[in-house]
Design a protein around this ligand. Structure first.
Ligand SMILES: Cc1cc2nc3c(=O)[nH]c(=O)nc-3n(C[C@H](O)[C@H](O)[C@H](O)COP(=O)(O)OP(=O)(O)OC[C@H]3O[C@@H](n4cnc5c(N)ncnc54)[C@H](O)[C@@H]3O)c2cc1C
Length: 456
């Protein structure tokens, strides 16, 4: 990686997550010189693959889905192979005090509740079509929908307890915050950036979680970074951005500086708000970044000598209102015989259990796995989990959410450039916001704005 003493570039990019890397690559392709300043000692941000006993464990982003066209194209271009997510067998359910039921039994017993859930999801799909993801605040019912939480709207649907609980689990699995914290307009925005609820919630055909990367997701940012070596500085946290009408001077920790004609800030809105700006940004923009907190999610992996649940006809997916995890997944690695189960702690579960010691967390999750998959689940070879709130350069995942009245009051400040400052990161995307696909789309959009400004 190059140093940065007295560095001059056409465009400075803050952050070497997927969005910043894509922005820089797009600028380079247009004949402009980018300089990426990355706070961490690695690239990838919310993409983090760690080795565990020779297996690539995805502590960050793991899947893409069939409509993530940019990500499929990127993987193909970078030579990263993909493979399908395992999805054969029954899910196990543990809801409403029933103990653990296999999928068929659960579906028989709660057919009416599942039909209620389906009806609400179709209703959500219909309402979401009224929301333009680029301007959610212009939706005909924006004021009404932004004044209530998604949880309040759910509560008003007259659902049975089982249907309401399933709806909460599905939604928290996407937003990683309790639905009482999120504006209903934000939920509809999220659905609309992805297409329909089945795209979000389904793991099988058409969902967001159908496909994985050979060698791990981190191969994508690593290979992008290798193409940008001369334009990337690691361990360079940006602390201050001085900006004029057509220039920026960027100050990093340690007194290092860089200059450019434009800057793309490719970090989540909350972290963008922790950078100082001179002159200061408007109160309108700052109030927005004060109101887009990152959510809370953790992943915990158990590795076994084999995927023993498959022999029982199970797909390794659990759904539970007992917890600690609300959901799990068969995360076996292609080409390896070992069995890997991934448990998700999201929203309140992540907040609570993130404070526990790893031993306590592991014990509670093991007990849950034993309830669902039997005694063999008590004997993993390996365990690892990942907490994101403590990571200084992420501070929570999967993404930023809006509570009530944020979109309609401050939404226009999210992606609108301010002088030479442009905004990227998946949190500013209008397609698949919160996902890698969104990070790419936002990086391309911010780069296009800069190219237009500098070459017109
Ligand atoms: C646990 C987890 C699971 C996920 N699962 C999936 C999944 O299965 N599929 C999917 O599509 N998406 C998933 N995501 C979301 C996906 O990872 C993100 O949407 C995407 O990686 C965001 O990329 P980004 O570039 O927008 O932001 P980031 O990855 O957050 O990149 C921002 C970069 O900026 C750096 N930075 C921050 N502050 C500064 C500063 N002041 N100066 C310089 N640099 C700074 C950070 O270190 C980071 O490298 C998951 C995320 C997590 C954490």
């Amino acid at each position: 990686m190059s140093g940065m003493t007295g560095h001059e570039a056409d465009v400075v990019v803050v952050g070497a997550g997927l969005s910043g890397l894509i922005a820089a690559r797009t600028l380079l392709g247009a004949g402009l010189t980018p300089l990426i300043l990355e706070a961490d000692t690695r690239v990838g941000g919310r993409i983090l693959t760690e080795d565990l006993g020779g297996l690539p464990m995805e502590l960050g982003a793991q899947w893409i889905g069939d409509t993530h066209h940019r990500m499929f194209a990127l993987a193909a271009e970078l030579g990263v192979e993909t493979y399908p997510q395992f999805d054969d067998g029954e899910t196990t359910y543990e809801l409403a005090g029933t103990g653990v039921l296999r999928g068929n039994e659960f579906h028989d017993r709660f057919a009416g509740e599942l039909a209620e859930l389906e009806k609400v999801l179709r209703r959500l799909d219909g309402l979401a079509t009224e929301v333009d993801p680029a301007t959610p605040w212009t939706a005909p019912h924006a004021a009404e929908w932004d004044a209530i939480t998604a949880g309040a709207w759910y509560d008003a649907q007259g659902l049975s307890p089982v249907a309401r609980t399933l709806l909460e689990i599905c939604t928290v699995g996407i937003l990683a915050v309790p639905t009482v914290e999120v504006s209903f307009l934000h939920l509809l925005f999220t659905i609309q950036t992805c297409g329909v609820t089945s795209e979000l919630f389904a793991e099988s055909e058409g969902g967001a979680q159908t496909t994985r990367f050979v060698g791990g997701t981190a191969e994508i940012p690593k290979r992008l970074a290798a193409m940008l070596t001369e334009h990337l500085v690691l361990d360079a946290p940006v602390q201050l951005i001085e900006h004029g009408s057509d220039s920026v001077t960027v100050h990093c920790r340690g007194g290092r500086t860089a200059r450019g004609r434009r800057i793309i800030v490719a970090v989540s809105p909350m972290l963008a708000g922790r950078i100082m700006y001179d002159p200061p940004l408007s109160g309108y923009r700052d109030q927005l970044t004060q109101r887009m907190p990152n959510s809370a999610a953790m992943k915990a992996f158990f590795v076994y000598d084999e995927p023993f649940w498959r022999a029982d006809g199970l797909n390794g997916q659990l759904i539970s209102d007992v917890g600690p995890a609300r959901m799990s997944n068969d995360t076996c690695i292609r080409g390896d015989d070992r069995g890997v189960i991934l448990l998700f702690l999201e929203g309140e579960q992540a907040r609570t259990h993130g404070h526990w010691s790893e031993e306590e967390r592991r014990a509670a999750l093991t007990a849950e796995l034993v309830r669902h998959f039997g005694e063999r689940a008590a004997h993993p070879q390996l365990y690892v989990d990942g907490e994101w709130g403590s990571r200084q350069w992420t501070r929570g995942c999967y993404n930023a959410n809006c509570g009530p009245l944020v979109w309609t009051t401050y939404g226009a400040a999210l992606a609108e450039p301010i002088g030479p400052i442009h905004w990227a990161s998946t949190d500013t995307a209008t397609e698949w916001s919160a996902y890698m696909e969104g990070a790419v789309q936002a990086g391309e959009r911010a780069a296009a704005e800069v190219i237009e400004a500098l070459t017109k």
